[in-house]
Design a protein around this ligand. Structure first.
Ligand code: ADP
Ligand code: ADP
Length: 228
């Protein structure tokens, strides 16, 4: 069963713009799925439908096979969908540790349980970061990592990353890729959104290409270049 699927999803805005037309998407558990398209193709709109920030005008969203209607972003988050935007809205004056557990439930809400849980999360991602560093002092790539840790702390099963490496240096981007691969091997699924097909080919298992609100291609990335 797919973790997430969109079937025939359309989205029109009050001003008459049609951002999605009959779009489909299938993300399997633990997979890394690429969503690619030029500016204006409808990627952000699709992400917002998935994250519960837009109601689709037509079509069906399924989560673990069940039809869902997310009332708001909180409902999608509670179900297990985390969204990481390019400019991560972290609390700059709080520490890494405080940010990671903002909004998470469970026993590690208790401050004395947090350091152990934080160390476990770092082991899972294979990454080192000072829990007491202030977020305002971090590089952009480190903020992305804090956002990924925050998503894991909320128990996310699908992490949607919107143009996550657009403002990263090559080395930082490789760090993000390594972490995404490692977490997907542990069962977390990713929807990795980009306007460059080349960027996603080396990272993703499958890719969906949007053009003018319509899915124009969808398939495995392995051997993509050879098949063209
Ligand atoms: P992408 O993320 O691929 O750049 P978007 O989903 O942001 O594409 O936009 C798809 C189309 O929908 C564009 O034509 C955009 O101008 C339009 N659009 C996006 N949001 C709105 C909105 N709130 N109201 C009207 N039109 C919108
Ligand atoms: P807008 O395009 O102005 O965001 P939408 O109709 O897409 O308007 O969403 C309006 C509000 O309804 C959003 O703020 C969102 O939180 C909420 N919403 C999101 N998904 C749904 C849904 N499936 N059904 C009803 N309301 C929803």
């Amino acid at each position: 069963t797919p973790l997430l699927s969109l079937e025939g999803v359309g989205k029109s805005f009050p001003n008459g713009t049609v951002a999605l037309r009959g779009a489909r998407l299938t993300v399997m558990p633990g997979s890394v799925h690429g969503l690619v398209g030029a500016n204006g193709a409808g990627k952000s709109t699709m992400i917002k439908v998935i994250a519960g920030a837009h109601a689709p005008t037509t079509g069906t969203v399924r989560w673990k096979g069940e039809r869902v209607v997310w009332r708001d972003p909180g409902a999608a988050r509670s179900a297990g969908v985390a969204t990481i935007m390019q400019h991560v809205p972290l609390a700059p004056t709080l520490t890494v540790l405080e940010n990671v557990f903002l909004g998470s439930r469970g026993p590690w809400r208790l401050p004395r349980r947090r350091r152990g849980e934080f160390a476990d999360l770092l082991d899972r991602v294979g990454y080192r970061i000072d829990p007491d560093a202030e977020v305002a002092d971090l590089a952009i790539g480190e903020r992305q990592m804090v956002a990924i840790l925050q998503a894991l702390a909320t128990g996310a099963e699908l992490v949607v990353m919107d143009e996550p490496t657009a403002s990263l240096a090559e080395g930082e981007r490789q760090v993000v890729f390594d972490v995404v691969r490692r977490l997907s091997a542990q069962g977390t699924a990713f929807l990795y959104v980009s306007h460059f097909l080349d960027e996603v080919l080396s990272l993703t298992d499958r890719v969906t290409v949007l053009r003018d609100g319509t899915v124009v291609e969808e398939g495995e990335t392995a051997g993509y270049d050879e098949d063209r």
